[in-house]
Every structure is written in structure tokens, then in C-alpha cells.
Design a protein around this ligand. Structure first.
Ligand SMILES: [Mg+2]
Length: 358
């Protein structure tokens, strides 16, 4: 069993930024951070600190002082907030170190990945449900390489970096907020959206059991499919109409790799995990299946829905899976309004409008 995890920067995120923290007594926990860590503990989310501490390499404080500071951090969290940290990883190195033992271009200094890799081998972390919270852009770069969602807090260096440096950022964090308590509240909301997606997202083998069961209950099963890269009105019309032809709508969603093959290397714009989240929030969609094939002949053959719904870019005669549907007695239905705003048209429009001054 793997668990959602929140990776946390230390200075300026959990405790007040104090420059090089060279004595445990200088550690002051930000109250919102203490309360937020307790909330994460109560929700069964793993908490891991990942912190660059080049003060050791620079000779500002010893590694023993750093370890003592972390002991104090854990004690204070427990005593004042009944909160717990599950793992602390630090990088004491720096290329300009005054001590040889710490002088290296290591793999653990953020944004390099070493600390997360170490945590992943020690703890039951689910990387696809993990987050990085920090007060610096480097924390966001660090989290993003693992495809974690990133949250920037405006405590510590956060406000200054956000105000004066964000024009140079390569990407924006997924969420920006005042402090860790707001950050963790957002993590909970985001997890609940993603869980809804996960509940509707089924594997091929699961659907092979679910669909016959539904049919035995007298339910009419409709199968629709597509890429749904940038969701637009035409998609909604298609899905609503498809759903109206039966009791349950199973949506075959092209995986990222299949979209690259069918459309172009530059697509999709929206990765599959986000497309799943968005589509799962639609009431008319009951189940989602990610698939890799160019057509759904194989899926129709194995899943045997009652209806196969296609969009208005096809006619009954041009549906690629027509022969399979006829052979299996599956009704083909052309669903939705006439398509006007295909994703490629939306992308062209955005490019056109942004290549010249508005
Ligand atoms: Mg920091």
C-alpha cells in the first residue's frame, strides 16, 4: 500500500526564515505550519522534510547542530501541535564548501532529485499523489521534476520571490497561498478531485466484469471515445447525447502516447491524468478507461456495450469501427451537435491571437 505524500521545505515554510539557523533555540515554528502538519497526519498523508543546509558545508554550523535542530523541530511539533514528521532529508553539501567532506556537486541539493529518491526508497510514498510545498521557486522546480503538484507559500522568501522574480519563472506553481495551512487545505481539495477521477477510472479488466454485471441488471451501456484534449462545448454535447442513449456511459479516453501517434508529437496539451480529472467531474460520464490503440475495435469486441457513440465528425458509414459494431450487433449512434470548435481550431486561434498584439 502506498500513500499520498507532502514534501515540505523547512526554512520559511515550516519555521520562520532566520538566515543560517545556527542554534536549535533559534528555531520558531510558524503556527499555521504546525497546525497544517497535524491535519496531514490526521488524514494519513506522509510528511517529509527536504531541506538544503549548505550552512554545514560553509562552516556556519556543524552537522551535529543541524541534527539537534531537527530533534527540536520534531519535539516542538509534537508538544505544541501534536504533529509528526515522517522523514527528514537534508543536503549538507555545497561546491564552495570549506570542508572537503562536504565539498561536492552532489545529487541531493535541491533542485537535484536525491532527497526524494532517498525518501521513496525508505517510505511507502505514492509519487502520483504527492505534493511539494515550499517558499522558493527552486522548491517548485524540485517538485515538478517528479510531476508532483507544487504549492508556493508566501511565508519566508515566498512573498519576495513571488513579487519580484515571478516574471522570470519558467512555470507557475499549481497553487500560491499565504501559508502552509492554506496550502494543506488546497492539497485536500485537490486530492478529493483526483480521488473522484480515480473512482471513475477503471482498468480494462475491471470493466470486463462491470459491464456484463450492468447488462444483467437490465442497464443499457453506451461506449464513447476520444481524446478530449481541451474540453469544449462540442465535447459536452457529444457526451450528454451519448449518455442519453442508455443508462451508463463508459468513456474510452486516448492515452497520451496514443494521442502522440494519432495527432502529433506536440499533443496532447492536457496530460491524461488531468483529462481524467476533468472528465470524471461530468455527471454524464460513469466510467473512464485509458486506452492506447488507434481505434476501439478491440475494446468493442471485449467490452460489448449496447451502443457505440461517435461524434459528428463521422457519419454512420464512416465510423472506423462500423464493421465490428455490425458484426457484434452493437448500435452505432452519431451523438452531439455539429462540431465547430475542435481542439486544433482552439489551439490555432490562441496561437494566432497571441502572435500579434491584442
Ligand atoms: Mg525555504
Amino acid at each position: 500500500m502506498k500513500y499520498p505524500t507532502v514534501f515540505l521545505d523547512r526554512d520559511g515554510t515550516i519555521n520562520e526564515e532566520a538566515g543560517y539557523l545556527n542554534h536549535p533555540s533559534r528555531l520558531k515554528i510558524i503556527p499555521e505550519a504546525g497546525r497544517a502538519i497535524k491535519k496531514l497526519n490526521d488524514a494519513g498523508i506522509i510528511t517529509v522534510i527536504v531541506t538544503n543546509q549548505s550552512g554545514v558545508a560553509r562552516g556556519y554550523f556543524s552537522e551535529t547542530v543541524l541534527i539537534e535542530t531537527h530533534k527540536r523541530l520534531k519535539q516542538e511539533l509534537r508538544r505544541k501541535y501534536s504533529a509528526r514528521i515522517d522523514g527528514i532529508y537534508y543536503c549538507p553539501h555545497h561546491p564552495a564548501a570549506i570542508f572537503d567532506e562536504y565539498k561536492k556537486d552532489c545529487e541531493c541539493r535541491k533542485p537535484k532529485p536525491g532527497m526524494v529518491n532517498a525518501a521513496m526508497s525508505d517510505l511507502p510514498i505514492d509519487p502520483s499523489f504527492s505534493y511539494m510545498i515550499g517558499d522558493r521557486y527552486v522548491d517548485m522546480e524540485f517538485g515538478r521534476q517528479f510531476r508532483f503538484k507544487t504549492v508556493m507559500v508566501l511565508t519566508g522568501y515566498g512573498l519576495g520571490e513571488y513579487t519580484y522574480q515571478r516574471s522570470q519563472w519558467q512555470f507557475m506553481p499549481d497553487y500560491i497561498c499565504e501559508n502552509m495551512e492554506e496550502a494543506v487545505d488546497w492539497v485536500f481539495k485537490d486530492l478529493s478531485i483526483r480521488n473522484r477521477g480515480m473512482k471513475k477510472l477503471k482498468t480494462f479488466d475491471e470493466l470486463k466484469k462491470i459491464i456484463p454485471k450492468l447488462k444483467r441488471q437490465g442497464k443499457r451501456v453506451v461506449f464513447a471515445n476520444g481524446c478530449f484534449d481541451l474540453l469544449h462545448g462540442g465535447h459536452i454535447s457529444y457526451l450528454e447525447d451519448a449518455r442519453s442513449k442508455g443508462d451508463v456511459l463508459v468513456l474510452g479516453l486516448n492515452s497520451d502516447s496514443s494521442i502522440k501517434k494519432i495527432k502529433s508529437e506536440k499533443r496532447p496539451v492536457c496530460p491524461e491524468e488531468q483529462r481524467v480529472e476533468i472528465l470524471a467531474s461530468l455527471e454524464c460520464v460513469n466510467f473512464i478507461l485509458l486506452f492506447d490503440d488507434n481505434t476501439c475495435d478491440g475494446l468493442l469486441r471485449e467490452l460489448r456495450p449496447d451502443v457505440h457513440a461517435k461524434g459528428t465528425d463521422y457519419t454512420r458509414e464512416t465510423v472506423p469501427e462500423r464493421q465490428t459494431a455490425i458484426e457484434l450487433g452493437i448500435e452505432t449512434f452519431i451523438a452531439g451537435a455539429q462540431k465547430e470548435n475542435a481542439t486544433k481550431d482552439i489551439i490555432s486561434l490562441i496561437l494566432e491571437r497571441n502572435s500579434s498584439p491584442l
